[in-house]
Design a protein around this ligand. Structure first.
Ligand code: HXC
Length: 527
């Protein structure tokens, strides 16, 4: 911005003219370069400011460093010094609650990150952390600004450092609305949630040109790092939306369920008195036969307020469900096995997905409700070699260290290590509820009988008849509905229709739970 010399010479300077010039300068900056804006729109993308208008409450945005410019020399940089330096940063509110935000402006140097651009992001991150408010990054960037060399890399390092310092203190949300290449990609992986827009967002460390130069492989932007890839394969995208409007509306919905920081509770809605709320459909949704599939999301919808829940990573590791929802007005995190996918087994991806979710909930005082119907861990060479022990241990670790209220509901089967991992009594659940259909054992009857009666079956005159007898005996003696309750490892066997009511009472009982852990620098999570 420049103030005309005539204005400064006036004594005293005419306030009206100063104000007019300031308004004009601000308007120019906000308008941007018309051709670049047109190109941005032609790509199906909005500008940084249009996005902030969609994200934040009307009139709430307080912008910082609008007049900031880079001071880079060489490669022609001194001739182009646009204000903002390609990022709009500041603070606003979502439903009246404070958030800090940046929105990269692809119309300025392709949203690439140089020294000034990075310092603006550092500033809002520092403010977010010191004020205990969520931090949201809207990404649309070619990555490290090539012309600024090491200063760009240094800028990214400063962002990552802050991402990590803020982790578990304030919620961090990354939104990818265009390219998010190179350094920018790591910040999304460090965030708690990553949103992507289906056809316009791409996330990768090196783009298709570099891939081809290094490996000879030709690949499109979408094939390399489009929303579909990250939603189904890499697990990086927590949520995918068809367009920017629905994406930013969903960010608002998510923020409405999160506390501002790790010292506050998630925002509660008025209690509805779910304690007496019977749900007859629950007895119909779940078949009594342990191997018959059903959709755990239908169960979830019966348990939570208004049948409304926000599912994370819907298309990645769908054999486990992770969702945020409300029960009697209180925000809860629900982890549930999904019998419609791989019979609900746990595998490498499911364990990783659930572990990260459990840790997020624990960091931000969100009680955990775990819905168990699990045949075990997925057996086989592929899983063993992919590190199912190491990844399964992440989930075990996450539950073992969680100090938030924890309620386990065992609907049907819970076998072996998967029983232990899914928030069993032994690893610290606060309240374990089981349906009369529960089957909790080292393994299912078929496998168990084959192992412990192998010799007897081989010698039997009628092996099929003897096997049937042994199966019946195993089930009668070891997996009857009260077996675990008799040993105090479930607290109550409940009528399925009472589940919402029982969980709501449990949450009320545990509301003021406090658990102290021995001081340590940090544990050694099996990463
Ligand atoms: C400087 C950049 C830039 C960059 C884009 N631009 N990326 N300027 N540094 N990294 C500029 C372009 O020169 C162009 O300027 C404008 O932004 C728009 O870019 P286009 O290429 O015309 O747009 P488009 O065709 O839509 O392609 C967008 C893109 C492509 C896919 C992002 O620009 C691209 O591949 N950029 C490089 C991506 C990349 O490899 N980044 C990694 C950097 S390394 P004009 O003036 O022509 O409008 C990195 C390392 C950090 O980040 C590691 C930390 C762990």
């Amino acid at each position: 911005m420049s103030i005309s010399p005539e204005v400064l010479q006036e004594a005293p300077p005419a306030m009206d003219r100063l104000r007019e010039e300031l308004a004009g300068a601000r308007e120019d900056i906000a308008r941007g370069h018309p051709q670049a804006v047109e190109r941005q729109h032609s790509l199906g993308k909005r500008t940084a400011r249009e996005r902030l208008d969609l994200l934040l409450d009307e009139g709430s945005f307080l912008e910082i460093e609008m007049f900031r410019r880079h001071r880079a020399q060489g490669l022609g940089m001194e001739r182009q010094r646009p204000h903002t330096d390609g990022v709009v940063a500041g603070s606003g509110t979502i439903d009246g609650r404070r958030v800090f935000v940046y929105a990269q402006d692809f119309t300025v140097f392709g949203g690439s990150l140089g020294e000034a651009h990075a310092q603006k992001i550092h500033k809002v991150m520092d403010l977010a952390l010191s004020s205990g408010s969520p931090f949201i990054g809207l990404n649309d960037s070619g990555g490290a600004r090539i012309q600024e060399g090491v200063l760009s890399l240094n800028g990214y390092g400063g962002i990552f450092q802050r991402n990590v310092q803020a982790s578990g203190v304030i919620p961090q949300i990354a939104v990818v609305l265009g390219p998010c290449a190179g350094g920018a990609a790591y910040s999304t992986a460090l965030a708690d949630f990553t949103f992507m827009v289906r056809d316009t967002a791409q996330l990768y460390l090196t783009g298709p040109d570099v891939v081809e130069a290094v490996t000879g492989e030709r690949i499109t932007h979408a094939e390399l790092g489009g929303a579909q890839v990250h939603a189904t394969r890499s697990g990086l995208a927590t949520f995918v939306h068809d367009d920017e409007e629905s994406c930013l509306a969903a960010v608002r919905d998510l923020v409405a369920m999160l506390p501002g920081n790790n010292l506050s509770r998630p925002p509660a809605l008025p209690a509805r008195g779910a304690a007496g709320d019977a749900r007859p459909r629950l007895a119909e949704i779940v078949p009594v036969e342990p191997n018959k599939p059903y959709d755990m999301r239908l169960v979830l919808a019966e348990l939570v307020d208004d049948g409304d829940f926000l599912e994370l990573h819907q298309s990645w590791a769908p054999n486990v469900i992770c969702a945020l929802a409300r029960i009697d007005g209180q925000v809860v995190g629900v982890v549930g096995n999904q019998p419609t996918v791989l019979a609900g087994v746990l595998d490498v991806s499911a364990a990783e997905k659930a572990a990260r979710f459990v840790r997020f909930c624990d960091a931000f005082s969100i009680p955990l409700v775990t819905l168990v119907d699990v045949p075990g861990f997925l057996p086989g060479k592929e899983q063993e070699h992919a590190g199912v022990i190491r990844h399964g241990a992440k989930l075990l670790y996450a539950y073992c260290e969680a100090t938030v209220p924890r309620i386990q509901v065992i609907l049907r089967k819970a076998y072996g290590g998967a029983y232990i991992v899914m928030d069993s009594r032994s690893i610290g659940t606060d309240l374990s509820l089981a349906w009369p259909t529960n089957e909790i054992a080292v393994m299912g009857a078929e496998g168990a009988v084959n192992i412990i009666h192998r010799k007897e079956l081989a010698a039997a005159a009628d092996p099929a008849a003897r096997r049937a007898e042994l199966l019946e005996q195993y089930t009668r003696e070891l997996v009857h509905p009260a077996y675990t309750a008799e040993r105090g490892l479930v607290d109550a066997v409940i009528d399925p229709v009472e589940t919402r009511s029982a969980v709501a009472r449990g949450l009320a009982m545990l509301r003021d739970k406090r658990k102290h852990v021995a001081p340590r620098k940090h544990g050694n999570l099996p990463l």
